[in-house]
Design a binder for this molecule. Sequence first.
Ligand code: HEM
Length: 525
Amino acid sequence: MTSPNVAQVGHSLVTAVVVASVGLVVYLVGNAIYNLYFHPLAKFPGPRLAAVTRFWLAWQCYKEKEPYVLFELSKKYGPVVRISPAMLHVSDATKLPVIYHRQADKSKHYITGSFGATESLFHMQAHSEHSKYRKAIAGPYTLSNMRKNESLIDRHTEKWIKRMDELLVQPGQEFDFSLWPVFWAYDVISDLGFGGPFGFIDQGADVDNLITGYHEGLHLFGAMGRLYPITNFVKKFPWIANKYMIAKPENDDGIGMIMRAGHPTLNPTRHLELGLLLTLSEIESGKFDGRQDLLQSLMEIRTTEGKPLEFEHIKTEVFIILVAGADTVGTTVQALLNYITRDARVYEKLMNEVDNATRAGHLSKLAQFDEVLQHLPYYMACIKEAQRLCPPAPSLFPRLVSKGGLDLYGKFVPEGTELTCNPYVVHRDSKIYGPDYEEFRPERWLESEEQATLYQKYQFGFGYGSRICLGKEFARLELYKGPLEFLRAFKPTLDQSRPPKYHIEGGESWFTDMWMRLERRELVH
Ligand code: HEM
């Protein structure tokens, strides 16, 4: 009696699997046909596979080729290219203000919760929610407030130079310089955010493998954003989401690594939340009296209802600046030194400017921001040019087209479509920068005020519009100071036979294998 039932159940199961498989194939084929021929974006050119599935875009990101591919596609198809079923990439820099206008919402590409359970400013999608929150926390980030931290940057810069002098200046000996700018950037930003440095400079090493581990997790981070419908579906199953998708200090790679870093005195516990709680209580008890760092400023913020920020929000904001503000600054310094040490003409011109300004008494022992602004135009142009050619986040920053849709070059783009630019691509717009757009030529920023204003208008490395990087001024402060002191102290010689490796993973970029020799420079008086 039992065997026919088992056979029947087996038969029904096979039937169910066959029906489900056929159903899935019909759905996928139908969806592909719709996306290719009937979707409102079907009229836009682009790779056919990209129009059918988001996996095409995720694959470009995974292969570390996304910005290069987008640039090539723009040359092949023109300024608007369809790069996923619902996303258009725009390479025309002059469209930045149109796409990144004040009311533009971020798309679901900005996966929520992946930096921890509480929403950060960076991830808020609705412009209305974002603008309210940004208004509340923007105060400490203004240039005048950030300048109160100039001595904090000086302290770490001095230590950075001293440590490199002790460890790296050895006649004829090459070493890999790539992590040293990142050590400096992390110590500065962790001091700003936590009231104490993580200690990379002291140790002269990637403490707890934090930097490398963070990089290793970026592949997953990039894929989660590009495949957000799948990510959001999987997130409905909390046991999977909590285990794999929300960063936690216990993780061995990615953003969790940074969460673990925590408070400088908490080793080996190293946990962001505990560390932060300790620092906040120390600030309250007056231990850091007289300091005006970001953490203190965040504690002093009052919302429109007159309430202080909740601990969860302070934690998230401190955490976001660690993620957003260390690696990015480190990459910019790497790029700057890479460009200038490869080009003897640029290097010589730059060092002449710096040495002449020092001899004329225009620069303090550790140059101050104002002095750089007034006396080192070529140095600032070098930084701008490095940021143009090598944006640390050569990523997608999609915005949703607002109500009523948008006209792009005579074609209608419906409301809700994702539009994105990529800084790597718009910074190479030949209409703006001319035929030598690929060349590192700092002079272009100094030739005419009109041109420089135009270039500045279409810079996208820090984002654009109301979501532009909140730490932009602090980054500028750091970049106008740290690398300058490095160049005043040392003569770097990059090994031309082993060029550095440039990585782009999950929308972030950085260099490894920057083999060089360092010589101490004669002090200029
Ligand atoms: C060269 C260094 C840096 C680069 C290239 C950079 C780039 C960016 C970019 C591209 C965005 C996102 C824009 C978007 O989603 O549309 C962003 C946002 C942000 N950055 Fe930076 N960043 C840098 C340094 C910093 C620093 C030093 C801090 C903190 C002190 C910081 C804090 C933030 C914050 C809080 C946001 C979110 C702003 C918002 O959504 O309102 N960044 N940054």
